[in-house]
Design a protein around this ligand. Structure first.
Ligand code: THU
Length: 160
């Protein structure tokens, strides 16, 4: 028998950086500074990500583009792969993302589908949610308690 179901997600919208909890505000400020270092000559769209580990260490990433377009990588994956390389057994607490076109983007820029999938791998691995904050260059910030809120029906290793 067919069964229609619904999923709902919880997310919080903050109007400005000033409203964020201290730890998140500080991490988002790092993401914003990192965004400015993006290498994005083709799209001119800059993204910065900052990952906070449970031991307090922070790893950052900015999008890295390439003349062979698919060879580039998003900021979130640059950051999370760096964190996992340097501290493979440390749990990831939080990731902050800020993205903007040349004219300052005012709406929240959410991680792309491929980044959600990549981030979800570490959440599954550590069996603990990763808190996500994302924003444009300015304006509102969206927060979810877990990557799973951004990626329903995610694919994980238990399916293999
Ligand atoms: N980009 C990111 O870095 N993160 C995302 O989640 C979305 C897109 C980058 C990829 C590319 O360099 C540029 O933004 C435009 O798509």
């Amino acid at each position: 028998m067919k069964a229609e179901r619904q999923l709902s997600i919880k997310y919080t919208v903050y109007e400005s950086l000033e409203e964020l909890p201290k730890e998140a505000k500080e991490l988002m400020e790092v993401a914003i500074q990192t965004r400015k270092k993006a290498y994005s000559p083709y799209s001119k769209f800059k993204v910065g990500a900052a990952v906070l580990l449970e031991n307090g260490q922070i790893f950052v990433g900015s999008n890295q583009e390439n003349a062979a377009y698919p060879s580039g990588l998003c900021a979130e994956r640059v950051a999370i792969y760096q964190a996992s390389t340097q501290c493979p057994s440390e749990k990831i607490k939080m990731i902050c993302v800020s993205g903007s076109a040349e004219l300052p983007t005012k709406y929240p820029v959410s991680p792309c589908g491929a980044c959600r999938q990549s981030l979800s791998e570490y959440e599954t691995k550590q069996q603990q949610p990763i808190c996500v904050y994302f924003m444009g260059a300015e304006g509102a910030i969206v927060q979810t308690d877990s990557i799973k809120d951004l990626l329903p029906f995610l694919f994980d290793g238990s399916l293999l």
